[in-house]
Design a binder for this molecule. Structure first.
Ligand SMILES: [Cu+2]
Length: 182
């Protein structure tokens, strides 16, 4: 019975290999809708009255070895959604559409008031503070990720000191814009 020990050892290894394979298969299936190793924290929407365009904010975390790029966002609750970046130029804030937002390998990228934001326009129904709005993030590799965004009033915790992106948006479009109250 001198073979018994090596055989048992091999048996255990095979078993482990099978388990590892099963685990990998499960992960691939679970992540079919999302880029691997990307997750989102602090997702919220700054609510404004009267159906004004609202800014969506979040932190994108990339735990992988490669950069990932967000190329689009959409929401069933809004007719139009764009990726925007606010920039100060000659003392004035401007909002510019961006085609892609790259998150470095093992890095994170903040969407925050006065910087990157998801511009949510043409609400399909009334949206209220306290609501959860689903936003679908689409990445350069084609994968998608559905993230719940919490709707909050301006000035709620998590609101930055940056200027209102919707206000800038109105300015960019050259439309008269009521002053959103804080
Ligand atoms: Cu904007």
């Amino acid at each position: 019975m001198h073979l018994s020990t090596p055989w048992r050892a091999l048996g255990r290894r095979s078993c482990l290999a099978l388990l590892a394979g099963a685990a990998l298969g499960f992960s691939a299936g679970a992540l079919a809708q999302a880029p691997s190793a990307v997750h989102v924290t602090g997702a919220w929407i700054r609510w404004l009255p009267a159906g004004l365009p609202a800014g969506g904010y979040m932190v994108l975390h990339n735990d992988s070895n490669r950069p990932v790029a967000l190329v689009a966002a959409s929401s069933p609750d809004y007719g139009q959604t764009m990726l925007h970046h606010s920039e100060m130029r000659d003392g004035t804030m401007h909002m510019l559409p961006v085609a892609r937002v790259e998150v470095p390998a093992h890095g994170e990228l903040q969407f925050k008031p006065g910087g990157y934001h998801i511009m949510l326009m043409q609400a399909r129904h009334e949206v209220h503070p306290g609501d959860q709005v689903p936003v679908v993030l689409r990445f350069a590799d084609g994968r998608q990720m559905r993230v719940p965004f919490e709707v909050r009033k301006p000035g709620a915790s998590g609101d930055g000191q940056g200027p209102g992106d919707a206000q800038q948006h109105g300015g960019m479009q050259g439309m008269p814009m009521p002053q959103p109250g804080h």
